[in-house]
Design a protein around this ligand. Structure first.
Ligand code: 13P
Ligand code: SF4
Length: 356
């Protein structure tokens, strides 16, 4: 090995050590956001009392801050992927659901539970897939294929769902597309092109794809994974299917958030390189013992920032905003009743769908 090669390997080892440290960072991230441990404890206690007082439950996505996930667990709420969040909200007896995630998750809860009050810590938390799929443009796109069944990802607005025949999540998309293909129907898929291509490749079903993407998953880079594998050759690569094809090609497991947590639990490997939002580390660590999770790199090898594998909109959810909405009732989700009725049908189909 030349001195230059040796130096570049050392550099990459240093960068990798930084990524492993993300785990410790995550565990203490919420503490850093608060002034001290006492503040954090007091804030959690106030929120617990408010949840009880308001007959509310906290429904949090895996990508939210660890402290919100912890609070949901401690108060009989739920921490899960978007499909399970919808199912949990639908089965809950609470009259208020506080949905910590992004806007479409709050809307999904309202579409399924019109009689419940749905609060979100911030109305500004959106999703690049939702932004990149305006309902009028998507509807015109579908009009060009009148004989096609329209399948949309849950990461869409109520108006886009209302234009669809089916709503899916990444956890069930493969089985659902196989089911529709067996009925011989051509399919339009929107909005995530990477998930759509992955499903098309896996099932052999030729789908018409809307060209949306997730700004977080789209950034994962194969080159950085190769560097980490030099240091941890045993590391298994876990990839969410919203990632580019090159990432899917090198993955040991491709799956939804819940499927990736299960893989981390069941595989014998000690190290895992995880190509999805790093909020998931909280549950991965909880579900495993002595395993090390390494954040998949998003920058190239010369990048100066450590990584950006964190959804900026999921990151908007915090304890202060959560307490505020429970105290004030602000940030209620409203959906026009006619639109709700139209969006309900494809969502209900998703909940009723039983994979074979
Ligand atoms: P899941 O459906 O796996 O929860 O994913 C939602 C999401 O936003 C992924 O980026
Ligand atoms: Fe949307 Fe991507 Fe954020 Fe998920 S991670 S909510 S797909 S922007």
């Amino acid at each position: 090995m030349t001195a230059a090669q040796d130096d570049s390997l050392l550099m990459s080892e240093r960068a990798i050590a930084d990524r492993v440290l993300v785990q410790e960072y995550l565990a203490h991230e919420h503490l850093a956001k608060q002034h001290n441990k006492d503040d954090l404890r007091a804030s959690k206690e106030r929120i617990k009392a408010l949840l009880q007082e308001q007959d509310a439950v906290l429904v949090a996505h895996y990508y939210t801050d660890a402290v919100l996930q912890e609070l949901a667990d401690e108060t009989g709420g739920c921490v899960s992927d978007s499909l399970e969040m919808a199912k949990f909200g639908n089965q809950s007896d609470a009259s208020t659901l506080v949905v910590a995630g992004v806007h479409f998750m709050g809307e999904t809860a309202k579409i399924l539970n019109p009689e419940k009050r749905i609060l979100v810590p911030t109305l500004e938390a959106t999703c690049s897939l939702d932004i990149g799929c305006p309902a009028d443009e998507f509807s015109a796109f579908c009009d060009a294929y009148p004989d096609h069944t329209v399948v949309v990802y849950a990461n869409t607005s109520a108006a886009v769902k209302a234009r669809a025949d089916w709503v899916v999540t990444s956890g069930i998309a493969l089985q659902l597309v196989e089911h529709l293909a067996a009925e011989g129907k051509p399919i339009i898929w929107g909005p995530d092109q990477h998930l759509g291509r992955y499903i098309a490749n896996q099932t052999g079903v030729d789908m018409v794809l809307w060209q949306g993407s997730c700004i977080v998953h789209e950034e994962f880079k194969v080159k950085g994974i190769d560097d980490i594998k030099q240091v941890y050759p045993d590391a298994a690569v876990l990839v969410h299917p919203e990632s580019p094809q090159a990432m899917v090609d090198i993955a040991d497991v491709v799956g939804s958030t819940t499927q990736l947590i299960k893989a981390a639990q069941n595989m014998p490997n000690k190290h895992f390189i995880v190509a999805t939002d790093r909020g998931i580390f909280y549950k991965m660590q909880q579900a495993t013992e002595d395993k090390v999770f390494i954040e998949a790199p998003t920058g190239g090898s010369g990048a100066t920032c450590r990584s950006c594998a964190h959804c900026p909109w999921m990151a908007m959810n915090d304890l202060r905003k959560l307490e505020h909405v429970l105290r004030t009732g602000d940030n209620k989700i409203h959906i026009d009743p006619q639109l709700r009725q139209a969006a309900y049908k494809p969502l209900k189909r998703l909940l009723d769908f039983q994979p074979k």
